[in-house]
Design a protein around this ligand. Sequence first.
Ligand code: G6Q
Length: 538
Amino acid sequence: MSFTPVHETPEWKALEAHHRELRDVHLRDLFAQSPDRGERFAAEGAGVYLDYSKNRITEKTLELLFALARARRLEERRDAMFAGEHINVTEDRAVLHTALRLPRDASLVVDGVDVVKEVHAVLDRMAAFADAVRSGTWTGHTGKRIRNVINVGIGGSDLGPAMAYDALRHYSDRSLHFGFISNVDGTDFAETVRGLDPAETLFIISSKTFGTLETLTNAHSARDWVVGALGSEEAVAKHFVAVSTNAERVRAFGIDTANMFEFWDWVGGRYSYPSAIGLSLMVAIGPEQFRDMLAGFHAMDEHFRTAPLERNLPVIMGLIGLWYNDFFGAETVAVLPYDQYLDRFSAYLQQLDMESDGKHVDLEGRQVQVQTGPIVWGQPGTNGQHAFYQLIHQGTKLIPCDFIGFLQTLNPVGDHHDLLTANLFAQTEALAFGRDAQEPYRVTKGNQPSNTILCERLEPRTLGALVALYEHKVFTQGTIWGINSFDQWGVELGKELAQRIIPELQAEEEPQLAHDSSTNALIRRYRAARARARAAGR
Ligand code: G6Q
């Protein structure tokens, strides 16, 4: 089936013409023209309230954007994803992270298998394991209780559990310590295990492929650390479990597959933390809270699947984001959560969005003629206000922002929460409307657009809904651009590149270097330093 590149569609052209009319209109005027805009341009679903009124849009913009979404068959593509069709065409795979959060009594048969049964069988095994660690019935090799749980993984096998552990720390068992090792830099390993007792430490080796250099290197160092301290290879059975799709490699590493938690090739790495990749999180917050989180994901999945486009939060956010990305030329999006627990949320979204929609060819292999995925960045407020917000207020770039806030705090301390929330609201107001002044350097022009996302409290359910909101926002945009949001060949390339240089750094004999002159010189410099360190006994 061939489809028209998006920039050639009449809907795209209509948006280009509309942009010419609207590009210089100020949010001040839009609000003055329709004073009830703040209530009208708002939508709610799955416990999430979205105020999108402070965007440079009119009713007509939305009409044209929804028409574009329909012309790109967004609803059909969405249904194909939920049904398990192989929409990840370059890897010939279904894309079914939504099946990870289906309730137990649901059924979804994909390629002849009821995946819901498999999902819940693994969730039950995870729950039994998590309970055993939390209650102390799972002990280490020497009989000591497990006190430290360390997830070893990278990218999609790290960012999700690490972000969610931080986000839901309020609900975690405080008698357990959690750590996350991802970087192949030995410092990450050394600093994470520093001061821990190997006899009380459990490693969860998380890798979809179980072939990733960083994770296997860290896993081997962890094994040496445990076996070295406890004096027996048998310790591995009590101190290592694996999360993977590849049982053979797990066995080859020396982990009994009885201690392996499975997931499936239809779960992309960056979409995998509601699967067994979230095992460390489940140990932290317990199976019940983990299931609540899955229910939050599912509520947003259902909202996305069933709400009309005009009231569909991920669709609205996706379309408005695309409006800035493709018509206003905005290069980045700032995600600014006003909650310290969401410290790593922007970093998590960075991977989700940039790895999914950072693509230059469409589903038919043609070069895309429009801008695809944005650069995503951000930090919790109010910290960012004292750092980079200056550029958003008075710089020369257009930076659409997503502000995320909570109506109730989990840590009522004095009037901190009122102050935090006042800052959030004030920033969206100042960005939109700006401030006039006599002196040019004091002027803030305003007209910087933002979404405000409000939820009641940061609960496991809320986090699930928020993550699913962004997952489907990314899907909406990828569908309109006509790209595959679910492969990552650039990451695969990165996994291969270092393989050639590793032996060149390590060889005893001076290797024949055949890179460019810059890379050759860097390698020689490193080798010389390595030789000096060895000679000095370091
Ligand atoms: C995610 C990416 C990537 C991946 C890591 C880890 O979508 O593909 O971040 O998650 O490279 O891969 P493994 O889980 O296979 O070790």
